[in-house]
Design a protein around this ligand. Structure first.
Ligand code: ATP
Ligand code: MG
Length: 237
């Protein structure tokens, strides 16, 4: 088992980067040395876009990471599409073998590494190669980020069940309130989920009125993550 976490989600836009940035900020605050890798990022139309408005840049800033953006995100595609589709439309032929080897080579067993997936667990990365295949290859404990809105229980149970079916024990979920809605579904999400699944709840992040992008937000969100549970769980893997 490698040292760190693979951050996946029930879908695109559920808050994987927000969770990665919060963990990066918290690790830096605790003087824990770590790396962050975003294996593939779509929707990067220019160098300026990469530097200012990418997942890689956001987490690099949050965690004061010294490595170059190219180290953090080895493969970028221009269109904001699933990686395999974006690659095909650019005429790029990236195989699962090449992607897996590139990322494996960047993970040092002695250093904690956060890897952020793309989309959800079964998002296509390369021909015949899903996010799930990369997870299996990297052997990192898995954090599942999920929404809390209507439908989220179903999506989260499906994701957890598929992970376990592949022999992967999820380190836990982080429930993220991605909208301002606070209805019955949002308020009861954790209770509903844990009634049907014994997964560890690592945190429940509140909705922030200003989209989280700077230190104040990471500091606030970090108070909603149970770091003891996170690291105990990792040690037990
Ligand atoms: N708790 C929150 N409060 C307010 N806005 C949020 C919250 N969590 C996420 N967001 C916003 O939702 C959007 C999606 O979040 P994020 O980029 O972290 O998702 P993702 O799962 O990493 O998506 P992708 O699959 O594209 O990598 C972002 O604009 C982010 O700022
Ligand atoms: Mg992201």
């Amino acid at each position: 088992m490698n040292n760190g976490f693979f951050i996946t989600g029930t879908d695109t836009g559920v808050g994987k980067t927000v969770v990665a940035a919060t963990l990066a900020y918290a690790l830096h605050q605790r003087h824990i040395s770590f790396s962050y890798i975003k294996p593939v990022e779509s929707g990067i139309s220019s160098r300026r876009h990469l530097e200012n408005d990418s997942d890689a840049a956001l987490v690099k800033r949050a965690g004061f990471l010294p490595e170059a953006l190219e180290e953090i995100v080895p493969f970028t595609f221009r269109e904001p599409l699933a990686p395999l589709l974006a690659a095909r439309r650019e005429g790029v032929n990236l195989s699962g073998k090449e992607l897996g080897e590139t990322i494996r080579a960047r993970i040092k067993p002695s250093r904690l590494t956060l890897v952020e997936g793309a989309g959800g667990l079964l998002a296509p990365l390369c021909p015949n190669y899903l996010i799930l295949d990369l997870i299996k290859e990297l052997k990192l404990p898995v954090i599942v980020v999920c929404r809390t809105s209507l439908g989220a229980v179903n999506h989260t149970l499906l994701t957890l069940e598929r992970l376990r079916r592949e022999g992967i024990h999820p380190a836990g979920i982080i429930a993220n309130h991605t909208t301002a809605v606070t209805g019955v579904a949002e308020e009861t999400f954790i209770a509903q989920l844990t009634e049907f699944d014994p997964v560890t709840v690592l945190g429940e992040l509140p909705f922030l009125e200003n989209p989280p992008s700077e230190f104040k937000a990471w500091e606030k969100l970090a108070t909603h993550i149970n770091f003891d549970n996170l690291f105990v769980n990792q040690a037990a893997q």
